[in-house]
Design a protein around this ligand. Structure first.
Ligand SMILES: NC(=O)c1ccc[n+]([C@@H]2O[C@H](COP(=O)([O-])OP(=O)(O)OC[C@H]3O[C@@H](n4cnc5c(N)ncnc54)[C@H](O)[C@@H]3O)[C@@H](O)[C@H]2O)c1
Length: 337
């Protein structure tokens, strides 16, 4: 059987991760071409991974018969146009998160891919990460109690390009970064009841909120609380918290991943639940390469003609949470979904 031939469009931060991950499945996929507007990035793709064919204009690449699928790794505000163009040329699509910048665009992307009969998979890579899957298993099993409060606090520079911080282009940390959390919250807790947020912008060259507090409340009674900032200068880091609190204990996400039994196998890692009287209960998982597993599954989805594990619906549901939070920042009011 011939290999699936992929064009990776965008070679900034995430494009090289896609190429590296496809390379781990060389029996079934080849990266035929890398596309980027910038010459130095095209050159990097050639030097880093020996990609022979590079191009600057994705419209030209989409016309080619020797491309079966496209990895969408360009800035979020351009996802919609590229996904539509790829689908209309009959190419399967892997689209990075967040899906796009509006619900209308997100529904159109799904519709056009469906009509064209091509796959549309979204880049919520945590759904392939054994650490996050173990996290979900512990929370869902009621080990720390039900309902729970999932807390996440972090502060840093955030993202490498300026578009990330603009309200209409990337949406800032509460859309671009935290959309992973919204998707995982939807996966663990189900439907969102309402969201609320307050924030500000520390760095003057930005149109989006770069520092704030957001809460997502689920119909199940579970809550996700985020206190995030991308408002610091490059290289400056603030403190961080990542845990899940419940009646029965606290799941500490970024506890040292020591193996309390053998401490010898680096592929076995642990999450810890802290319990009454200082008891620490370890939960083991096997470390995996989530990006390689994600891209491999996308290729299997094409070859086996199955439904994408992470679909347009997942993209839309997570986007809805993010956009509702941006609205809450702007209005100062809770937004009911
Ligand atoms: N899954 C993840 O964990 C993850 C991580 C990082 C980024 N992302 C997402 O991936 C997307 C890209 O992010 P990034 O961090 O790689 O951005 P980036 O700014 O680092 O890189 C984007 C690249 O796209 C190129 N580009 C822009 N417009 C183009 C066009 N029309 N045609 C061809 N090339 C073009 C730029 O020159 C640049 O090299 C975003 O949606 C982002 O949210 C996902």
């Amino acid at each position: 059987m011939r290999k699936v031939r992929v064009a990776v469009v965008g070679y900034g931060q995430i494009g090289p991760v896609h190429v590296r991950s496809y390379k781990k499945h060389e029996d079934k996929v080849e990266v035929t071409v890398v596309v980027d507007l910038l010459e130095e990035r095209r050159k990097s793709a050639q030097e880093q991974f020996g990609i022979k064919d590079v191009a600057a204009d994705y419209n030209e690449v989409l016309k080619r018969d020797d491309i079966d699928a496209v990895s969408v790794c360009i800035p979020t505000y351009q996802h919609h146009d590229l996904v539509l163009a790829a689908a209309r040329h009959g190419k399967h699509v892997f689209c990075e998160k967040p899906m796009c910048m509006s619900m209308e665009d997100a529904y159109e992307m799904e519709e056009v891919c469906k009509k064209a009969g091509v796959k549309l998979q979204l880049g919520f890579v945590r759904r392939y990460d054994n650490q996050w899957l173990k996290f979900k298993e512990i929370v869902k099993s009621g080990t720390v109690g039900k309902p729970v409060v999932w807390r996440s606090a972090s502060a840093g520079y955030g993202a490498p390009s300026t578009w990330f911080f603009q309200r209409e282009l990337g949406g800032g940390p509460f859309l671009d970064g935290a959309v992973h959390n919204y998707d995982f919250g939807n996966y663990m807790f189900g439907k969102v009841a309402y969201v609320s947020a307050h924030g500000s912008t520390i760095q003057p060259d930005r149109t989006g909120v770069d520092t704030g507090i957001a809460e997502v409340v689920y119909e199940s009674g579970d809550r996700l609380q985020l206190m995030w900032s991308w408002g610091l200068k490059r290289g400056v880091r603030g403190g961080s918290v990542h845990d899940v609190l419940g009646q029965e204990g606290a799941l500490v996400f970024n506890a040292p991943n020591k193996n309390p039994l053998t401490s010898e196998n680096p592929d076995v890692q642990y999450l810890t639940v802290n319990r009454e009287n200082g008891i620490e209960e370890p939960f083991a998982y096997d470390r995996n390469d989530m990006f390689a597993d994600q891209m491999g599954d996308f290729i299997d989805t094409i070859i086996q003609d199955k439904e994408p594990k992470v679909s347009a619906k997942h993209g839309q549901e997570a986007l809805k949470v993010g956009l509702s939070l941006l609205k809450s920042f702007e209005t100062g009011k809770s937004v009911f979904l």
